[in-house]
Design a protein around this ligand. Structure first.
Ligand code: MLT
Ligand code: ZN
Length: 467
């Protein structure tokens, strides 16, 4: 009670929430894996207020848990159970400060949803390429804090690649601000890239200057049937070469995922193709030439001759394209509706995807007879969401008991394949132990020293990324 009263004095009465039913949504994660408690939720609308808050919390050693759109898969924005933390919601810091067409840049505050940034760019005849299923609710601050990926990384990179500058509040309340649209800035340590991906453990990002691109005026999208994951890898190379690298997305979807989407997502329409064990959604785009459609058609004809593709649907309208993307982006939701699942966000060098799938599937089938594998995702980036869903008639306890042993063998496998156990979802509180297990001693020591230097009192999102 005393903390809330002090916060109201500091930030104003409207910025502080304490009623149990109002703050409840801030205390649990999207997947329902974690439930925490907090002394208050604060919702400042100015960077200066975030600065005041952190200075005060640092002085009084009060933990602060930054909170964006709450779409983390790793419990990154959920406070601990002891009730001593303050949740810092950034949703009222939601202005687009500037759209700078000449410099191909946009300055957005942390609480803007990703969709808001995409729309602001489009209205200025520019394009912001980060694209995720949760783009209507995830926030730019969270995208930055987790270095989000998504479905256009193949061509445009992850959030880190899309960021020119940031404004952030450090643990003691100091404001670091570099929001100029600079392509080049080799002036010492790169604080921007240190804070991006740090999941709120080194500072709170309050705004960012993001890269924009020429709007893609011509888009060619296809849904393909493929005989195998190896065919997908060969197809990826063929499409990149044939299109002069204008391939923006290459997503792999197994038959079982398509079936789940068609069962659980009523708006989705199954593409009219012969049934196949694997499908791919591919998209080429060009800001200038409409030849892109022909490029795709010719490349797919070659792919069919080579046996890489067995059937093809090319979107003939925006509605058809939207349906193909709806199918792909609904896989996680369809899977959620189908029941419990064990999730793994795996990356390997692209050419090792077939080996990851073959060996990973064999391991999962052996260890989890109560489940079935749904491995799908960003094959063009070497990143698959290797998930195992509970069979309908299976015992929930037995299924859950498989979680730890399955995680171990899959993460050992990606380590052997020189991959990553967290490609784009981060560490949060879910994967602390995995980081300790798989990161080198040199990396962990450097990470701990950086944390100690930037947050000596350990107030910033404690218990996330590092113990
Ligand atoms: C996706 O690509 O759909 C999400 O990152 C992941 C998931 O649900 O596993
Ligand atoms: Zn993904």
């Amino acid at each position: 009670v005393e903390i809330a009263a002090r916060l109201r004095e500091l930030l104003g009465p409207d910025a502080v929430l304490t009623e149990a039913d109002v703050i409840a949504p801030y205390l649990t994660d999207y997947r329902g894996n974690y439930r925490g408690a907090a002394a208050a939720v604060v919702q400042p609308d100015q960077t200066a207020s975030v600065s005041k808050l952190l200075a005060w919390c640092n002085e009084h050693r009060i933990p602060v848990v930054p909170h964006g759109g709450n779409t983390s898969y790793c419990g990154g924005a959920t406070p601990s159970e002891d009730g001593k933390s303050i949740v810092l919601s950034l949703h009222k810091l939601n202005r687009i400060r500037q759209v700078d067409s000449a410099n191909f840049a946009i300055v957005a505050e942390a609480g803007c949803t990703l969709a808001t940034v995409q729309t602001a760019a489009t209205e200025a005849a520019r394009f912001f390429p980060l694209s995720l299923g949760s783009e209507g609710s995830c926030q730019i601050g969270g995208n930055l804090a987790t270095n989000a990926g998504g479905t256009a990384v193949l061509r445009y990179g992850m959030m880190r690649d899309l960021t020119l500058g940031i404004e952030a509040v450090l643990a003691d309340g100091a404001v670091y601000s570099q929001l100029a649209p600079l392509r080049k800035d080799n002036t010492g340590y790169d604080l921007k890239n240190l804070l991006i991906g740090s999941e709120g453990t080194l500072g709170v990002i309050t705004a960012a200057c993001l890269r924009l691109f020429p709007a893609p005026r011509h888009i060619a999208t296809a849904w393909l049937a493929l005989p195998s994951p190896a065919a997908a890898i060969a197809l990826l190379a063929l499409l990149r070469e044939a299109s002069a690298d204008r391939l923006s997305s290459c997503e792999l979807v197994p038959r079982v995922a398509l079936e789940l989407v068609c069962t659980h997502i009523s708006q989705a329409r199954e593409p009219q193709l012969a049934p196949s064990p694997w499908y791919a959604l591919v998209e080429l785009s060009d800001s200038h030439s409409d030849a892109i459609q022909g490029t795709l058609t010719n490349a797919l004809a070659t792919a069919m001759q080579q046996g890489l593709v067995t059937d093809v649907v090319i979107a003939q309208s925006v509605a058809q394209r939207d349906n193909l993307w709806l199918i792909r982006e609904s896989v996680p939701e369809a899977q959620r509706r189908a029941g419990a699942s064990l999730k793994h966000d795996l990356a390997v060098p692209v050419a090792r995807i077939p080996e990851l799938l073959a060996r990973g599937t064999a391991l999962a089938e052996q260890l989890v007879p109560e489940g079935f594998v749904i491995a799908y995702g960003h094959v063009g980036d070497g990143n698959l969401h290797f998930n195992v869903n509970q069979r309908q008639d299976a015992d929930a306890e037995e299924f859950k008991a498989c979680e730890a042993p399955l995680k171990r063998v899959l993460h050992d496998l990606v380590a052997e394949l020189q991959g990553s156990f967290s490609a784009e979802h981060g560490i949060g509180q879910l994967k602390l132990g995995e980081l300790e297990r798989y990161a080198s001693a040199a990396k962990l020591q450097a990470m701990r020293q950086i944390k100690q230097a930037l947050d000596p009192n350990g107030i910033l999102n404690p218990g996330k990324v590092l113990r």
